[in-house]
Design a protein around this ligand. Structure first.
Ligand code: NAG
Ligand code: NAG
Ligand code: NAG
Length: 274
C-alpha cells in the first residue's frame, strides 16, 4: 500500500524527465553551446550608490561634496566593491566646517573626503570591538598616513584625530549591507595632515593654571621675602626631580610663611593709619 505513492511519484518524475526536461536540455545544447546557459543566472546587482545612500541618510551636504570631487567620487565608487565603511558627517557638522573646507586645495578636499572611509566593511558590532588606529581611503603608504583612531566608550563608538580635541561620535547607521556600511557622525574628521594638531594637553594648560597663582602672588607679595623660597630646606630639594623641586618651591612660596607675611599687611596698614 505504502509503496504506491513513491512508485507513482517516480513514474511521474521519469515521465517529466523524458517529456519535458530532455527536450529542453537538448534544445539548449543544440541552440547555442555554453552561452545560453551563462545567460540564465541573473546579473549581479549593481553596486550600491554610496552618495545616494548618504544623501538619504542625513548626509546630503557631505554626499554633494563627494560628488563635486572627481577624485573622491571615483575612489569611493571603486571602494564599494571591495568592502568599505564610511563615516558621513551630518549636514549640521558639514555646514559649520565649510569655511575651513573652502580653504583646502582640490587635492586637500579629496583627501579630507576620503579620510571619512576605511577600506574594510565593519558592522556596528565590529566597530565596537575595534579600538585603535585605522587607515582610511586617503592613506597612501607611510608618506600619507591619514589614519584616525576608533575609540569605544561604553556603547558609544567615537573617532578621534590629533587635530581635534573633541571626538566625532557615531550617531546612527545609515546603511549596513555587506560589503558596505555607512554611519553618520556628528563632526567632520580633521586629519593632522591638513589641520594643525591640537597642542598636547599637558604643556598647553600649564601656564594658564600657573598664571593666577603667579599674579596673586605678585599682587599680594610685592616684595616677596627671600627666605620663603628657601624654606623647604636641602633635604626636599635633593630628593625631588627638577620639576617637582620647582613646584615644591612654588607651593612653599604660596602656602608656606607667605600667609603669615600677608597677614602682617593689615596690621602694618592699620599702624600707618594710626
Ligand atoms: C548616484 O546617485 C546620484 C544622486 O544622488 C546620482 O547623481 C549619480 O549619478 C549616481 N551615481 C551612479 C554611479 O549611479
Ligand atoms: C582660510 O585661509 C585664510 C588665508 O590663509 C586664513 O586667513 C583664514 O583664517 C582661513 N580660514 C579658515 C576657516 O581656516
Ligand atoms: C598614524 O599617522 C601618524 C601621523 O599622522 C603617524 O605618526 C602614525 O605612525 C600613524 N599610525 C599608524 C598606526 O599608522
Amino acid at each position: 500500500m505504502r509503496r504506491r505513492f513513491p512508485l507513482a511519484a517516480t513514474a511521474a518524475a521519469a515521465f517529466l524527465a523524458v517529456v519535458v526536461v530532455l527536450p529542453l536540455a537538448s534544445a539548449a545544447t543544440s541552440s547555442g553551446s555554453g552561452k545560453a546557459k551563462a545567460k540564465a543566472p541573473v546579473a549581479p546587482p549593481a553596486p550600491p550608490n554610496i552618495t545616494a545612500l548618504m544623501s538619504k541618510g542625513g548626509c546630503k551636504a557631505f554626499a554633494s561634496l563627494v560628488e563635486k570631487s572627481p577624485d573622491a567620487l571615483s575612489a569611493f565608487q571603486s571602494a564599494v566593491e571591495g568592502g568599505v565603511t564610511a563615516f558621513c558627517p551630518t549636514d549640521d557638522a558639514v555646514r559649520s566646517f565649510m569655511p575651513s573646507y573652502k580653504n583646502l586645495t582640490a587635492d586637500g578636499k579629496a583627501s579630507l573626503l576620503l579620510f571619512h572611509a576605511v577600506p574594510v566593511y565593519y558592522t556596528l558590532g565590529g566597530l565596537k570591538s575595534s579600538n585603535g588606529p585605522m587607515n582610511t581611503l586617503a592613506t597612501d603608504g607611510s608618506a600619507r598616513n591619514y589614519n584616525f583612531t576608533v575609540q569605544n566608550v561604553g556603547d558609544q563608538v567615537s573617532i578621534r584625530t590629533e587635530a581635534s580635541d573633541a571626538a566625532a561620535r557615531v550617531r546612527s547607521t545609515v546603511y549596513d549591507k555587506d560589503p558596505v556600511a555607512i554611519y553618520a557622525v556628528d563632526a567632520v574628521l580633521e586629519p593632522v595632515e591638513l589641520f594643525e594638531p591640537v597642542e598636547a594637553p599637558a604643556p598647553a594648560p600649564a601656564p594658564v593654571a600657573d598664571a593666577p597663582r603667579a599674579s596673586s602672588k605678585s599682587k599680594g607679595a610685592r616684595h616677596p621675602p627671600r627666605h620663603v623660597a628657601d624654606a623647604p630646606g636641602p633635604a626636599a630639594d635633593d630628593a625631588a626631580p627638577a620639576d617637582q623641586k620647582k613646584n615644591a618651591k612654588k607651593n612653599a612660596a604660596a602656602g608656606g610663611p607667605c600667609p603669615r607675611w600677608l597677614a602682617a599687611i593689615p596690621a602694618a596698614v592699620a599702624a600707618a593709619l594710626v
